[in-house]
Design a protein around this ligand. Structure first.
Ligand code: GDP
Ligand code: MN
Length: 378
């Protein structure tokens, strides 16, 4: 789950990171009031969960409340990379001297958090990594020790930060790490962290990615979810405890277990097909989950065939078979179903399907080949 800029910055501020004064508006009038209260030049920033808002025209400066109202009116309702702007952040405008990048991610290869800093702030770090990788300084963090002061200094010196700012920089880096750690984030980023004209550090933009699997212990963060950033199908899937990712292909996939789901997509590709989704119905599957999953898959107009790949372990094949039969009664499915059932209660599952006029195979290759052929014919 992604946090909006204003949410990210407020989170960072709780850990001592300096952020501009400001507030969120959903109407132009509100933007005017906030500007009047701040009583200075402001920056109006679209709150959408994509990067590059600046380039897309979603970030503009306003000199007074009148102008703020006008600009907020123009930005609210704008479409930025397919997302409608429903909120703007009205911040006191920063007087920017230089822009720094400061971010932290999990490095899977090192199995540790890595903090990165660059003097090339304000542009996407992926771009810096591609064009001038030597401009990124990294330190690996020992999770038992946390970000050490000397590591913060190493980053500061590595990016050529003026000496008088090093202390503050280290505090910000440690605050950012603490925010990352305590919210179970997979990424926390300040881009840009600016040096102002008066020589102070200020976090002007913030980004946080949270680990969905840890949200159960972060009620307050989970509450911040922006439903608009998810499709209806993704919301439904989450409500039913299904892992669903929509893709662009034509073969709807219903699989139990994430590993098997990945393998299924690979085999579809191997046989020349394209999966329409990743969907993991999870371990113990009750028929209701199968019905919900089928509703989600069939709501995608690209789907030409639905492939079930069920390996019965904790999941029982007869449960899934019942779910399939139940689903075909409850919803209209006008695409062919190709079913593979193997494992726990396989015979029972096959019998249930046959009783309802359907069939199942046990070989994965066989069903995938059939699904690819059916998708090609349709
Ligand atoms: P992003 O484009 O979505 O990453 O949004 P950012 O918040 O990072 O803003 C993009 C750029 O707009 C920054 O790198 C700055 O150059 C500029 N910008 C953002 N806020 C301010 C501000 O308060 N004052 C000034 N002068 N420029 C700003
Ligand atoms: Mn940015």
């Amino acid at each position: 789950m992604k946090l909006h800029e204003y949410q990210s910055k407020r989170l960072f501020a709780r850990y001592g990171v300096p952020i501009p004064r400001g507030d969120v508006a959903t109407t132009p009038e509100e933007a005017r009031r906030i500007t009047a209260r701040l009583d200075q030049r402001v920056v109006i920033k679209s709150q959408v969960l994509v990067g590059g808002r600046g380039k897309a025209g979603g970030i503009r400066l306003a000199n007074d409340p009148d102008e703020a109202e006008q600009i907020a009116d123009a930005i609210l309702g704008m479409d930025i990379k397919g997302l409608a702007v429903k909120k703007v952040l009205v911040d006191e405008a920063a007087d920017i001297a230089t822009e720094i990048y400061l971010g932290i991610v999990i490095d899977r290869a090192r199995r540790r958090p890595v903090m990165m800093a660059s003097a090339e702030g304000g542009v996407e770090i992926e771009e810096v990594a591609r064009a001038t990788p030597e401009r990124i300084v990294r330190v690996t963090i020992d999770p038992f020790l946390g970000l050490q002061t000397y590591q913060g200094r190493e980053l500061a010196f590595g990016i050529g930060l003026p000496k008088n700012l090093v202390r503050d920089f280290v505090k910000i880096a440690q605050g950012l790490y603490q925010a990352f750690l305590e919210s179970d984030a997979s990424l926390a980023e300040i881009n840009p962290l600016v040096v102002t004209g008066t020589g102070k550090l200020l976090a002007v933009d913030g980004k946080v990615l949270l680990d969905d699997n840890a949200l159960f212990r972060h009620f307050e963060l989970a509450e911040m979810r922006d439903a608009d950033s998810e499709t209806l199908e993704e919301q439904e899937a989450r409500r039913h405890g299904l892992s669903y990712v929509k893709l662009d292909g034509e073969i709807g996939c219903m699989v139990n277990g994430a590993g098997l789901a990945m393998a299924t997509m690979d085999i579809i590709k191997l046989h020349g097909g394209e999966p329409a989704n990743f969907l993991d119905i999870g371990g113990s599957s009750n028929p209701d989950k199968v019905v919900a999953a089928l509703e989600i898959i069939t709501s995608d107009p690209n789907v030409k065939v639905i492939l079930f790949n069920i390996f019965g372990g904790i999941t029982r094949c007869d449960d899934v078979a019942n779910g399939i039969v139940e689903a075909t009664k409850r919803i209209d499915i006008d695409v062919p179903l190709v079913i593979r059932l193997t494992g726990t209660n396989e015979e029972e599952g096959v019998r249930i399907l046959e009783g309802a006029g359907m069939s199942a195979a046990t070989s994965m290759d066989e069903v995938v080949e059939r699904a690819v052929a059916l998708a090609a014919e349709a």
